[in-house]
Structure formats: structure tokens, C-alpha cells
Design a binder for this molecule. Structure first.
Ligand code: PLP
Length: 377
């Protein structure tokens, strides 16, 4: 099978990551931070080492401000529900994933908050000026999808960061498709929070993700419970990361994420160039195919290319590609607002997304299969 669904989760995972997961389960196995015995301490060290590795990846000084969760959705929900209050106004782009749109729209539908949804220009970009114009006296939060999981284009996050900081508004970056490929430096961006999955660009296992929070930003917990610390108190502790991290952590997953992040940190630029060259090849190859239309008018910034073939729904094309042993994703990619904006809400789009181990041959096989399907009409 040729796997071109890396935007959903990266596959295959490096053997070192798989060994780290099974090694943690076989040799450590204990609950991190819950006891004083050697196995629990060893498990706690794995978790701390991963926090430190992620802090290096983000180039931030405070590993304790990295809060583990099960995926990027978890991290985004914590950031949104943990900061937005009744009466607030929130700004997002139409490029956001449902893990941003649903929590925010849910609060809007309950009459708790107001919301401005910014449309990207024809070149797929939401500008800092658009964000500045949308800011109101009660704006609490701006959420920006750093690189779109539908059109693969990156947003000018540093310019948007300057606007948010000048206005004293919190900025949350969704780095689901950018971390591990593009530089994501929250301090340079001026972000207050960065949510990211462990299982995509960082090559970690499923069930991993985290939220980085700037010092001094108050985030209310989504879950309260056992932290292994301050157990005499029936109130959630204030110290980070325990304040926002209740319950047993996915230690084996975090062991894999530690190794995945270390591998990616050493090779990020190389991975970026590799994936960019492949997505350029794919996007360019689709341009001159009769009956095929890409969703963007320029090549993507990350490894995500979406397209349609006239005469077919995206689901039909994805099924045909599956029969040709090529894994892609049809439909709406959990991002209905951008599909509404692009006029593809009814048929969706076929998304082909390359990863660290994709090859030119994979891309050429996709192009050849798409050409064959387009000829069927
Ligand atoms: C831009 C974006 N945000 C958030 C998510 C949610 O990530 P997760 O599947 O880790 O919850 C995704 C997943 O595809 C995504 O592409």
C-alpha cells in the first residue's frame, strides 16, 4: 500500500519509536509520578525527558508548561475552554479544524460568546490586517491554523502574533500540520498557546499530543483529579504541569514521542525539503491533467495536496485509489468552513499527504492512477 494520508497520522513510524513504546511497556510499565519506587521514578523520567525534548523542539525555556493530552483536539479544547469566558469574542479563520470550530461554535450557539470567522484570500492567506480589523474590546482569543490540513498553505503567524500582542489578545496556534516540518517557535511568533499532536509530524504514536502555554497565561483545567502531588488537598493544584494534567498519562506513547521528536528535531529542515519537493511534484503533476482541479492556485507550503476529478465525488476517487493500493482521504477533512468557502462542501476533495518516508515513486504512482481515473469519464 502506498500511504498518502500522513496529514491524518504519520505512517510508518520509525522503528526506533516502535521499540521505545514496547520497551517502555516491557521494562518500565509503572505509573509515572504516582509512587516512590524505582519503576515509577523511571516512568516519570521518561515523561520529563519528553517534556524537555518538546521544549527544545519549540525552543521554549519552560518544559513544565507543556501539558500532555491524547491528541491535538484535546490540547485545542483545553486551550479554548480553559481561557474563553461568557461575554468574550473569539476570532478564528475559516481554515480551522472542527476541533476548534465545534467548541467555539458550541459556545456561540448557547449564546455565551460571539465569534468572527475570517475568510482567506484567493491565495489562501488570512492577513494580520484582517485580524486587526476584527479585534473588539471584548476579544479574548485568536485561533490560527498554522498550516491548513485541507489546502496545505501556511498563515503569516508572526505578523498575526504582533497584532494580537499589541491588542493584548491571546493567540492560540494550531500546529497540527506544521510542527516537525515548519519552524514553530512560539516566542518568535508571539503565541500564548501552541497545540500540537504527537502522532503526526513528530512521528510519535497515537494517543499523544500536548499544549504549550506561555508563562503567566491562566488556563482553567478541563479535567480535575489525581496528579500524584498535593494529595492532601481536595482542590486541583496550581503548579504546572499538574494543574492541567490529571489522571494516568500515556507513558508508553510519550516514550515513543520522545524518540520521534528527537529524530525529527535533528532532521526537521531535511524533512521539510523532502516533503515540499514531493508535494510540489504532486501539485505540478496535477496541473496539466484534463478534468483534474487542485484546491489551490499555488503549490502548498507543507505536504498536503487536495484535488477533485470532474465527474466523481471525492469519496469515489479515494475508493478507486484505495483499490489501486493508494491511501488518500476523500471528504471534508473535519474542516467544513474552508470547504464551504471553496464551494466544495457537497463533494469534498481528495487529499494526498506525503510524509517523511514518502518517495517520488509514490507520488508518480498517484499521478498515474489519477490520470487513469480522469480518463474514465
Ligand atoms: C489542523 C488540524 N487541527 C487539529 C487536528 C486534530 O488533531 P488530532 O487528530 O490529533 O486530534 C487535525 C487533525 O487532522 C488537524 O489537521
Amino acid at each position: 500500500m502506498i500511504y498518502l494520508d500522513n496529514a491524518a497520522t504519520s505512517f510508518p513510524k520509525p522503528p526506533e519509536v516502535i521499540r521505545a513504546v514496547s520497551g517502555a511497556m516491557e521494562k518500565i510499565g509503572a505509573n509515572p509520578g504516582r509512587a516512590g519506587h524505582r519503576l515509577s521514578l523511571a516512568a516519570g523520567r521518561v515523561v520529563w525527558n519528553c517534556r524537555e525534548e518538546l521544549a527544545l523542539m519549540l525552543d521554549v525555556p519552560n518544559p513544565e508548561n507543556i501539558v500532555f493530552g491524547c491528541n491535538c483536539t484535546d490540547a485545542l479544547n483545553l486551550a479554548i475552554y480553559g481561557t474563553v469566558q461568557p461575554g468574550d469574542h473569539v476570532i478564528t479563520t475559516m481554515l480551522e479544524h472542527n476541533s476548534v470550530l465545534r467548541p467555539i461554535n458550541g459556545m456561540v450557539q448557547k449564546g455565551l460568546i460571539t465569534w468572527t470567522l475570517l475568510a482567506p484570500s484567493a491565495s489562501g492567506v488570512v492577513t494580520a490586517e484582517q485580524v486587526a480589523d476584527a479585534i473588539q474590546p471584548n476579544t479574548r482569543l485568536v485561533v490560527i491554523n498554522h498550516a491548513s490540513n485541507v489546502i496545505g498553505l501556511a498563515q503569516p503567524v508572526e505578523e498575526i502574533g504582533k497584532v494580537a500582542r499589541a491588542a493584548g489578545v491571546l493567540l492560540l496556534i494550531d500546529a497540527a500540520q506544521s510542527l516537525g516540518v515548519l519552524p514553530v517557535n512560539p516566542l518568535r511568533i508571539g503565541a500564548d498557546m501552541v497545540a500540537f499532536p504527537g502522532h503526526k509530524g513528530l512521528l510519535g504514536p497515537y494517543g499523544t499530543g500536548a499544549l504549550w502555554i506561555r508563562d503567566g497565561v491562566k488556563v482553567e483545567p478541563l479535567h480535575e483529579g489525581g496528579t500524584g502531588s498535593s494529595s492532601e488537598s481536595m482542590l486541583q493544584p496550581d503548579e504546572m504541569p499538574e494543574a492541567l494534567e490529571s489522571g494516568t498519562l500515556n507513558m508508553a506513547g510519550i516514550a515513543g514521542l520522545l524518540v520521534g521528536t528527537r529524530l525529527v528535531r535533528q532532521r526537521r529542515q531535511e524533512i521539510f525539503e523532502h516533503e515540499k519537493a514531493l508535494s510540489d511534484r504532486m501539485w505540478n503533476g496535477l496541473q496539466d491533467m484534463h478534468g483534474v482541479c487542485t484546491l489551490t492556485t499555488r503549490a502548498p507550503d507543507v505536504g498536503v495536496v487536495s484535488f477533485n476529478i470532474s465527474g466523481f465525488t471525492s469519496g469515489e476517487v479515494a475508493n478507486k485509489l484505495d483499490k489501486a493500493n493508494i491511501a488518500t482521504r476523500g471528504g471534508l477533512h473535519c474542516a467544513p468552513a474552508i470547504h464551504t468557502h471553496l464551494g466544495t462542501l457537497d463533494r469534498g476533495a481528495v487529499r494526498a499527504s506525503v510524509g517523511h518516508s514518502s518517495t517520488k515513486q509514490d507520488v508518480d504512482a498517484l499521478l498515474s492512477a489519477v490520470r487513469d481515473i480522469a480518463k474514465e469519464v
